[in-house]
Write a protein that binds this ligand. Structure first.
Ligand code: AMP
Length: 461
């Protein structure tokens, strides 16, 4: 079975690994030179991952049986639709269904139309005057979100990245006038307080097969400070929940995902691929932050290595709409994943800096290694401006997995940054305590005052 993989990050290395273990012959299209993926692939096309024409031509030449699309940009470029037209079905939704990620407005209005739980109040603004009016008249902090893709850099929060109302107005104006996120408008959302978590699901158009919950860490520096990044590391618990997340709350997030999949189907599209739900557990229950139309990075590394089923079979169940017969199971293990990133990542990353990796040392420590956006040149490894290497520990408890991860990390040398605090007891305890305080109502829950709820504010059901 020939699988076309699109993408060259650590997420795609984890996907390649799962495909390889399941007996697939991998052909990969990627823009960088990921040594981990190259090692287990039969053929490689070096290209822009949104170059649909080139990828299709090559995949046909190489007679790919199916495709797995790793990241959002090729989905947004319509790669899944075009592949299918040429007889290559993909794990990765077609453009209309992938709108769940590509348009934050589509996602929010779909939830509203179908009365799906987990909604957040929002305000769609297209006029700068209205933007000024709403922000000036309110005492509340809003979250400002461009509508479309911004490579994770478009969302800004009042009180965090936007310190004054003036900053918020200026940023909103910039988004509207320069169409950041491909739209001359912006979403102002209520600011939620709580703990974030991710639930990823395999989806075949109708059926939803969930994976263990994961918590990512977006901030660049230890203690959750510094600029937002693509994600510095993540952990999962052996029972599929998280230290602050109950089984009922996890089920609530699944119910939301199931209803979203059915809503998409009702709209006339089929969602086939991975659906990633990012949620905030608040004092008032589970709320949706956003959806992604593919695995998370790093969250993919926490779950795929635990999959007990043959991944190629799972891909075909997704494609054929038969996930209900797949009997998907995950090992009951905890995981901790930490990202090695270029020095100054998130601010001014040190590129072309050499990293040396002792793969045998990592293996002997029980760790797993996934190469990300590094380049391998003449047997040497160099940083780019993106994340470099993900190291994963798997064990019965988060604490044990963290120890394995740290031990493995000592086999990577170079000038890099890393968040050592991820998965450590101190940080986990802090999260649990934070959630306890929220539940007790000690902290504010980000509720908007009545006067700011203008007629254009969509109400919660
Ligand atoms: P996104 O690009 O939608 O994932 O947003 C980036 C980050 O902004 C998320 O990981 C959250 O930490 C934060 N965020 C997004 N929406 C909200 C919200 N409504 N309330 C609070 N934080 C949010």
């Amino acid at each position: 079975m020939r699988a076309l993989l699109v993408g060259g990050g650590a997420r795609e290395h984890a996907i390649a690994d799962a495909l390889f273990r399941s007996g697939a012959e991998i052909i990969v299209a990627m823009s960088n030179q990921n040594p981990g993926i190259i090692k287990i692939s039969k053929e490689r096309l070096s290209c822009n991952e949104t170059d649909v024409t080139r990828i299709i031509q090559w995949a046909r030449e190489k007679q790919a049986d199916f495709a797995v699309i790793g990241s959002e940009d090729p989905l947004d470029a319509g790669l899944s639709d075009e592949l299918l037209k040429h007889g290559i079905p993909a794990v990765g939704p077609q453009k209309k269904a992938s709108n769940l990620e590509m348009s934050k407005l589509f996602a929010r209005t779909l939830m509203q139309k179908y009365n799906i739980p987990g909604q957040v109040r929002f305000h769609l603004i297209s006029e700068v005057d209205e933007l000024k009016k709403v922000i000036s008249a309110s005492d509340e902090a809003f979250v400002l979100k461009p509508i479309g893709l911004t490579a994770g850099k478009g969302v800004k929060i009042m009180g965090e990245q936007l310190l004054t109302k003036d900053d918020a107005i200026k940023y909103g104006q910039l988004v509207i006038e320069q169409a950041i996120g491909k739209s001359n408008s912006i979403l102002l959302e209520e600011k939620l307080e709580g703990e974030e978590f991710t639930v990823q699901c395999f989806v075949d158009g109708t059926h939803v097969a969930p994976m263990p919950a994961v918590q990512d860490h977006k901030r660049a520096f230890a203690g959750d400070v510094g600029p937002n990044t693509g994600g510095m590391g993540s952990y999962s618990q052996a029972d599929g929940l998280l230290p602050f997340l109950s089984a009922e709350e996890y089920r609530e997030s699944l119910r939301i995902i199931e209803q979203v999949v059915l809503a998409i189907k009702n709209e006339g599209y089929e969602y086939k691929g991975i659906l990633y739900g990012q949620f905030m557990l608040t004092g008032r229950g589970v709320r949706v932050i956003e959806f992604n139309a593919r695995f998370g990075d790093p969250e993919c590394m926490n779950v795929l290595p635990l999959l007990k089923n043959n991944f190629v079979d799972v891909c075909w169940h997704i494609i054929n709409g038969s996930l209900d017969k797949a009997n998907i199971e995950f090992m009951e293990k905890a995981t901790v994943c930490k990202y090695i990133v270029p020095k100054n990542y998130g601010i001014n990353p040190l590129i072309n800096s050499e990293l040396t990796v002792d793969e045998a040392g990592i293996n002997n420590s029980g760790g797993r290694l996934f190469y990300a956006k590094v380049n391998a040149e003449e047997g040497k490894l160099f940083t780019t401006n993106s994340r470099s290497i993900a190291i994963l520990g798997i064990a019965d408890t988060i604490e044990e997995a963290e120890v394995i991860c740290e031990k493995s990390l000592s086999f990577v040398r170079g000038d890099f940054d890393i968040r050592h605090d991820i998965g450590k007891k101190e940080l986990l305890d802090r999260r649990v305590k934070h959630m306890e305080e929220i539940r007790k109502g000690i902290l504010r829950t980000g509720h908007l005052s009545q006067q700011t709820v203008s007629s254009q504010f969509y109400t919660l059901h």
